[in-house]
Design a binder for this molecule. Structure first.
Ligand code: WT7
Length: 661
């Protein structure tokens, strides 16, 4: 593995020496401008997190802040609370019911301002719908929805009664939904008739029909009608099975208005979110109640310097990923913030959509991904220059390393050189932001996520686990934090093996390569495992390989993430087809469609290279490093450990000759 660090997947150029201090103006207005906060947290991390937990409303106090039996953590032991009550009821009770929780913007241009009072009302009724359908505390509820206000309401309704939600990103296929529902023993699924894509309804419920017949434990499907108000949407076919499927609006109509929030143990599971790992099987990351809410509300408040009465916060992620869970839903609502929630693509119906939304709602904080920024760069600065972006005061980046050029463009063109940038490093597993500037305190360097959040301990280590003071290696986290994943659903052994074994049972192995510089700043370089990051979407090479080989004509496949200027990494597949097959372009199209069906369109290979054989070690392991070299046209490294060193030459020749196209 150590060679992977020497050759990380993602190249971060540390070309610029520029350092950006927060402006005097920003610092003067910031809620957190005193660097002493780092020392305070460091001197007593548990006391630090406890001080944040005290911002929440608890129905029973905790008796112990942290019980750490590595790698098993319990935060705020004995405490009881309800996440939905913290996100909704207490703001309404404090007189903020009329405040907007979400300025929702539909892809079709429809808008809805959802107040805290309205979101609470929907959540309560929906919680009753779930209860009426037999959902109990601890049951798993699947959520497969477009970016509509019903999505956060469904999550909060689960939280209200102690059901555990399992959200599946709307871009995943029916087969991926089936797998995630089956492995989590989901009892109910909330979905929609269709989602919108460039003005066209794409059936969701109908696409799930086959999958639903293979889920004996799934008792009910609640279907939101997204499209009936649209023109021509009567075309959407929505098969409804009597006794199993119910329309959301009909069930809501029949449900009671009030639903008491259940006081749940601090360690009660809040959600499962599947993410890709080094094997073909996705991991069900499990997060719990009190610690998670403490972690996301503290980081949302500090990293985004949120002033709830002044800010309009836009986290332009999807609720189907952890970014959406933590910063569109839980962190933002817990802090009583006003957010923008956008359903569609950045270029529909025109490429100025983001900037139009920022101008309209006077967005003050924009949090998006480097891949989006690179796309905006490609479209040209004339587009954002045509809008009034002067409301913005802070910019955020998440999901993948941001190259300095994109960082500088973001700062200049979008931020008008006045907005600090917070490059936030974290993962589905960490639940909360872990390494990031604090905008009123930290001097930033383009391309660096800077320093660990107060109370977080991170270090770069060698393959033997020795701490690197300055230089490259493996990123580790060395102390428990409240938002940390507690286990993998149904697979505690894999949790220990994947994250808490390589460097000892009390050191979290991140799976990223990183460098630490002379100022102690972290530069995240990319993954060290078989996980790839395409446009900020985390995918497993093994998962894509297993989808490819499930095609009857594919004998073998190896998938790599090839560096790509636009998407960070692009999926390249080396495929061996059965002797009888005659691969041509039609076959490429067919394989792409096959992967889309198995996983989702986001996992389709961008490039397929036919190869008669694949480079393997004597023990039969595919050498992905060599395939990356071939795909990117690099000099081939050491091939002597290969079972058949001639193989790489043959593939390389083919690629060079352009045969793969
Ligand atoms: C992986 C986690 C964090 C929510 C979205 C992704 C990469 C994430 C950064 C960043 C460099 C980053 C890492 C990490 N990553 N943020 N600011 N700089 N790399 O969550 O799907 O669990 O993916 O995304 O490689 O391990 P995820």
């Amino acid at each position: 593995m150590s060679d992977e660090v020497a050759q990380p997947d993602v190249a971060v150029t540390m070309g610029t020496e520029e350092v950006f201090e927060p402006s005097e103006e920003f610092r003067a207005a910031a809620s957190f401008a005193d660097p002493a906060i780092y020392e305070i947290a460091e001197a007593d991390p548990e006391g630090w997190w406890e001080s944040w937990a005290k911002h929440l409303e608890w129905s029973e106090p905790w008796s112990e802040v942290l019980r750490w039996d590595a790698p098993w953590a319990k935060w705020f032991v004995g405490g009881k609370l309800n996440v939905s009550a913290n996100c909704l009821d207490r703001h309404v009770a404090a007189g903020n019911g009329e405040k907007v929780a979400y300025h929702w913007v539909g892809e079709d241009g429809a808008t809805r301002d959802v107040t805290y009072r309205e979101l609470l009302a929907t959540t309560e009724k929906l919680a009753n719908v779930l209860k009426d359908l037999g959902v109990e505390a601890g049951d798993v509820v699947g959520i497969y929805l477009p970016m509509i206000p019903e999505a956060p309401a469904a999550m909060l309704a689960c939280a209200r009664i102690g059901a555990v939600h399992n959200v599946v990103f709307g871009g995943f296929s029916a087969e991926a939904v089936r797998e995630r529902m089956a492995t989590s023993n989901a009892k109910l699924l909330v979905t929609a008739d269709a989602s919108l894509r460039r003005g066209e309804p794409m059936p969701m419920k109908a696409a799930l029909e086959d999958a639903l017949t293979q889920l004996p434990e799934l008792k009910n499907v609640v279907v939101v009608d997204r499209t009936s108000a649209l023109e021509g949407a009567s075309d959407v076919d929505v098969p409804m099975t009597e006794g199993r499927d119910v329309w959301f609006h009909e069930a809501m109509e029949a449900a009671h208005d009030f639903c008491e929030p259940v006081a749940l143990d601090s360690e009660h599971p809040l959600f499962i979110l599947y993410t890709s790992g080094s094997t073909a099987k996705p991991k069900g990351i499990q997060h719990t109640t009190g610690g998670y809410l403490t972690g996301v509300s503290a980081t949302h408040r500090m990293v985004f310097d949120i002033e709830t009465d002044l800010d309009v916060f836009w986290c332009a992620a999807d609720i189907g990923w952890v970014t959406g869970h933590s910063y569109i839903v839980y962190g933002a609502l817990c802090n009583g913030a006003t957010s923008v929630m956008y359903e569609g693509a950045p270029d529909y119906p025109h490429k100025g959509r983001f900037w139009e939304i920022i101008q309209k709602y006077k967005v003050t904080i924009l949090y998006t991904a480097p891949t989006a920024i690179r796309t905006f760069i490609k479209w040209g600065r004339e587009i954002p220059d045509g809008y009034d972006l002067s409301s913005l005061r802070l910019l955020g980046s998440v999901g993948e390393p941001i190259n300095p050029r994109a960082w500088l463009w973001y700062r200049e063109v979008i931020g008008g050189e006045r907005c600090p940038i917070v490059d936030t490093w974290w993962q589905t597993e960490t639940g909360q932001i872990m390494i990031s500037p604090l905008p009123g305190i930290t001097a930033t360097k383009p391309g660096s996520a800077t320093r660990p959040f107060p109370g977080i301990s991170a270090a770069v280590v060698t393959s033997k686990g020795e701490i690197v003071e300055e230089g490259g290696g493996f990123l580790t986290l060395r102390r428990p934090w409240p938002g940390m994943a507690r286990t993998l659903y149904g697979d505690p052994d894999r949790f220990v093996k994947t994250y808490w074994s390589r460097f000892g049972k009390d050191v979290y192995d991140v799976g990223d390569a990183a460098r630490i510089d002379e100022d102690g700043y972290f530069w995240i370089l990319g993954r060290t495992d078989d996980v790839i990051n395409v446009s900020g979407h985390r995918l497993s090479t093994m998962e894509i390989e297993s989808a490819l080989v499930s095609h009857p004509q594919v004998a073998e496949a190896a998938v790599i993430g090839q560096s790509d200027e636009q998407t960070g990494q692009a999926i390249t597949a080396f495929v061996t087809v059965d002797g009888s097959a005659d691969p041509d372009d039609a076959m490429k199209t067919e394989l792409a469609a096959h992967v889309a069906e198995k996983i989702g369109k986001l996992a389709r290979p961008q490039r397929i290279i036919w190869s008669d054989d694949l480079p393997k070690t004597r023990s039969g392991k595919i050498m992905r490093r060599l395939l990356r070299d071939i795909a990117e046209g690099r000099e081939l490294g050491d091939v002597t450990t290969l079972r058949d060193p001639a193989v790489v030459g043959l593939i390389a020749d083919r690629v060079a000759a352009g045969e793969e196209d």
